[in-house]
Ligand binder design. Structure first.
Ligand code: SF4
Length: 205
């Protein structure tokens, strides 16, 4: 079902109000206006809990402050830096390949950078009004509007970002997914969007 423009606007506005009161505080959410910083953060957060990344974040970012620094350290040096986070071999190789591609000024898709990470860079580093849809954002939008199709979820997420007028809406959906609209047992009773949510409606009926 296509929600009306008014519904999309109200949902975006309710979500941003909720986010202002409940947003999670992470070190990478301060001063993100740098492509490299966003890329490294996205790599670190893959398959690792945000709280674990937060513990090591400042040290890792200081050590891997630029693509040049990563190339200088080499794969083994990067592995050492990433060791406490786990998956250090895979991540070190990926970051090294990425740093190499950037240093060589390669065009096209960067190694290890898919549509989600690219959207994060455009949003968080450059302030573009684009939706970044990972599995968690997909879950919230799909439940909210009663859709399952990936393309449709992407379109609706994009409409929400535009209605909010800020790509911070992506962070708001991520936080709602983590704190309220969890994969198992969503807390619909505490959700600011329950009145507009297709999933919550089916639970009530
Ligand atoms: S009402 Fe429930 S299912 Fe709907 S967005 Fe909120 S937590 Fe998720």
């Amino acid at each position: 079902m296509q929600p009306s423009a008014e519904t999309v606007e109200v949902v975006a506005s309710r979500l941003m109000e909720w986010y202002a009161r409940h947003k999670r505080q992470f070190p990478w959410r301060v001063g993100m206006r740098d492509d490299w910083r966003v890329l490294v953060t996205a790599f670190l957060l893959r398959k690792t809990r945000a709280e674990t990344v937060a513990k090591h974040y400042d040290r890792v970012l200081a050590a891997l402050s630029s693509p040049e620094k990563v190339l200088e350290l080499g794969v083994e040096g990067v592995e050492e830096v990433l060791k406490p986070l786990g998956l250090h071999r895979v991540r070190a190789r990926q970051l090294y390949e990425l740093a190499k591609a950037l240093a060589e000024g390669r065009g096209g898709r960067l190694p290890g950078v898919g549509p989600y990470t690219e959207a994060l860079v455009r949003c968080l580093s450059r302030g573009e009004l684009v939706a970044a849809v990972d599995v968690n954002v997909h879950r919230v939008v799909a439940r909210l509007f009663g859709v399952g199709d990936r393309r449709r979820v992407g379109e609706l997420a994009s409409q929400l970002v535009k209605a909010a007028g800020t790509c911070e809406l992506n962070l708001a959906v991520m936080d709602l997914a983590a704190l309220v609209c969890r994969a198992r047992k969503p807390r619909c009773g505490e959700c600011p969007l329950a009145a507009y949510c297709a999933h919550a409606r089916t639970q009530r009926s």
